[in-house]
Design a protein around this ligand. Structure first.
Ligand code: AMP
Length: 194
């Protein structure tokens, strides 16, 4: 399986690049944010819990999101590979993902880290907020999400760097340029996938 994590702060282009990766490599997309937004839309119990965290820019508790992820993995074992978008977001989630994949005799092949400077992130998120209607693309919540990213999510870079799996790609460039760099990495590594 070709299992890839698309990593980076909110607004770094993870969703956009995921779509291009899926089109080229046929991976199954797991966006935990998207799963949660669907639950909110369907007005489920889980959606009601998630909404409380999302609208204030906080992370959903590890235990809950790990359970959701485990269920999605189990339901899609026939996939050629997975692209994880917005997961993991904490070291505990990273460890849980390693464990879940190793139980299925597979692993993460690459963590594609999209590096975008903060000013550009803010511009993009505010613009997206005007178009997407997402409750968390509001200026105050955006600041909180960036802070949560720095404190809870960014340490994962070191976690994957130590494993030799971190590939940093400058995300300020055009969508096509960023994808070209991503494809270089994935083409180089895909033969190692198991
Ligand atoms: P995203 O669409 O990935 O930006 O996620 C939107 C929001 O959903 C985040 O700000 C969190 O509140 C929540 N969320 C998504 N993925 C996770 C995760 N892996 N762990 C905890 N919370 C998450």
């Amino acid at each position: 399986m070709l299992n890839v994590i698309i990593f980076g702060p909110p607004g770094s282009g993870k969703g956009t690049q995921s779509e291009l990766i899926i089109a080229k490599y046929g991976l199954y997309h797991i966006s935990t944010g998207e799963i949660l937004r669907q639950e909110i839309k369907k007005q489920t119990e889980l959606g009601a819990v998630a909404d409380e965290y999302i609208k204030t820019g906080q992370l959903i508790p590890d235990e809950l999101i790990i359970k959701i992820l485990a269920d999605v993995l189990d339901a899609n074992l026939g996939a050629k590979g997975f692209i994880f978008d917005g997961f993991p977001r904490t070291i505990a989630q990273g460890k849980a993902l390693d464990q879940l994949l190793s139980e299925k005799n597979t692993s993460i092949i690459a963590v594609l880290n999209l590096a975008v400077d903060e000013e550009e992130l803010l511009n993009r998120l505010i613009k997206r907020g005007e178009e997407s209607g997402r409750t968390d693309d509001d200026p105050v919540v955006i600041q909180k999400r960036l802070e949560v990213y720095r404190n809870q999510t960014e340490p994962l870079k070191e976690f994957y760097k130590k494993k030799g799996k971190l590939f940093t790609i400058k995300g300020n460039n055009s969508i096509e340029d960023v994808f070209e760099k991503i494809a270089e990495v994935l083409d180089r590594l895909s033969f190692q996938a198991k």
